[in-house]
Design a protein around this ligand. Structure first.
Ligand code: AMP
Length: 473
């Protein structure tokens, strides 16, 4: 199947060819002809499948006839996060290179003024996060009665983020006769209910989940102690000993932990960025740019912040926490092993995680292998991961490819550094979860504030490259 067979306009086909794409992906091949035929589409696909172009390309073709009117956007795309919205805008810039369309982005963290002026002039495509769109609407600057086509993207993520009431409100503001394209990676009952309510006689297009087909991902579980410092230590050990590590995303369940872990890894000399919902727009974009370009090969992220982002070619995923929702595991590991490349995912499991783990194994339909002893086999007193993994005879502890030293050495030196350095009063302590603070942590429970200089030589050099600091514009 070629793009020429899908019914896209000449201009769009030229832009696609200029992007270097020769063949439509399955979601594009299945969805585009229906979108062009003005049908409603229910697309079940996750990011990485080419789903963005599955709606942007036919939209560009459809928008070639007709023109925008003041304050009345012709099409509306709803995205759960600012980054996703920005990514869709980039798609229009790229594929719409031969068009003279006006595209506006309504997202938090960007000033109202410019966007207001654009909308007042009239836009063909409005890309928005739900809250910000309603803010504009309530200010009386925007009319949604001219919307011919509505895209609701990443609907399951909208549900997770509590945006469904906003979406329901917005849908009531656009004409009933509109065309609707609805995309979701999963179809829990609440999302099915919305799809039934918003779509009229839709064509259902479904593509396989990346994780269910990506056999190129080596998935492993790693038993760890229940203390946060033990988890951080296990993680450092995994990163340092990882085979073929080029870049990695470390996922945490909570944004608070993203910040704590980010600081901890930095203190230990890793070249790492963070991505979580509390960061401002510029910091999030800078973190993503650094990761995409390879300047910062490690990214600590929360599910919400990272969902749907187009981050190609990640060699490793580390689940610092077992995700509470099994679906998130599928999304997380889907970040690696793309397009036939090999990828690795390591999930830290501590006592108490058994239920979440069982749900994941049920969802993916297979047990995940342990790296070293399982949680049940791990001696309860084993506070240190080194002895455990040393005995477990993992590839890393035997000095496998990419392994730079034994994990025993690493941990012994980690402990030495930690215990040599008394915590300094003038440094702000790393913010720890409340329960640790309440418990009154011992000194050993804390990460040291200093980089682990004694280990510097052992960390792959590219992980230690300083991240360039971008000057604010
Ligand atoms: P998405 O699922 O929309 O996040 O897209 C994932 C990635 O696939 C993006 O980097 C797109 O640029 C890329 N992509 C989209 N369509 C194609 C195609 N037909 N062939 C190759 N790559 C594509």
């Amino acid at each position: 199947m070629s793009f020429a067979e899908l019914g896209l306009s000449e201009k769009v086909q030229q832009a696609v060819a200029a992007s270097g794409y020769t063949e439509p992906t399955p979601i594009q091949a299945q969805a585009i002809p229906h979108v062009l035929a003005r049908r409603d589409v229910l697309g079940i696909a996750q990011t990485g499948t080419g789903k963005t172009a599955a709606f942007t390309l036919p939209m560009l073709t459809l928008l070639e006839s007709g023109r925008a009117r003041a304050r009345m956007p012709r099409t509306l795309i709803l995205e759960p996060t600012r980054e996703l919205a920005a990514q869709v805008e980039e798609n229009f810039d790229r594929y719409g290179a031969n068009h003279k369309l006006s595209v506006a982005l309504l997202i938090g963290g960007v000033s109202f003024g410019d966007q207001d002026a654009k909308i007042t002039r009239g836009v063909d495509v409005l890309i928005a996060t739900p809250g910000r769109l309603l803010d504009h609407f309530e200010r009386g600057k925007l009319l949604l009665t001219g919307v011919e086509l509505l895209v609701i993207d990443e609907a399951d993520r909208m549900l997770d983020m509590g945006f469904i009431p906003d979406i329901e409100r917005i849908v009531k503001l656009v004409p009933f006769t509109r065309q609707t394209l609805f995309f979701s990676a999963t179809m829990p009952p609440e999302i099915q209910r919305l799809a039934d309510a918003f779509l009229h006689n839709p064509v259902k297009v479904e593509v396989a989940r990346a994780a269910s087909t990506a056999t190129t991902i080596t998935q492993r579980l790693v038993a760890t102690g229940s203390q946060d410092y033990e988890k951080r230590e296990t993680l450092r050990e995994l990163i340092r000993g990882a085979t073929d590590l080029k870049n990695a995303i470390v996922f945490c369940n909570r944004k608070r932990d993203v910040a704590v872990l980010h600081r901890s890894l930095q203190k230990h000399g890793f070249n790492v960025a963070a991505l979580h919902g509390d960061m401002d727009q510029r910091a999030r974009m800078a973190a993503l740019d650094g990761f995409r370009s390879g300047d910062t090969p490690l990214l600590v992220a929360s599910d919400v912040a990272a969902r749907g982002l187009d981050i190609p070619a990640v060699s490793h995923v580390f689940n610092y926490d077992v995700p509470h929702h099994a679906e998130d595991y599928v999304h997380r590991i889907g970040r690696t092993g793309r397009a036939g490349r090999t990828g690795y995912s390591f999930t830290l499991v501590r006592p108490g995680d058994e239920k979440s783990l069982a749900a994941i194994e049920k969802l993916i339909g297979q047990p995940i292998e342990w790296e070293g002893p399982s949680l049940a086999e791990r001696p309860p007193s084993a506070g240190k991961t080194s002895a455990r993994r040393g005995r477990g005879g993992s590839e890393r502890s035997r000095g496998g490819k990419g392994s730079v030293r034994t994990t025993e050495e690493a941990t012994v030196q980690d402990i030495e550094v930690r215990e040599e350095k008394a915590p300094r009063r003038d440094r702000a302590p790393e913010r720890a979860p409340q329960r640790d603070r309440d418990r009154g942590r011992s000194r050993r429970d804390q990460d040291t504030d200093e980089p682990v200089v004694g280990l510097g030589d052992h960390v792959p050099a590219f992980l230690l490259r300083p991240a360039p600091v971008k000057k604010p514009k």
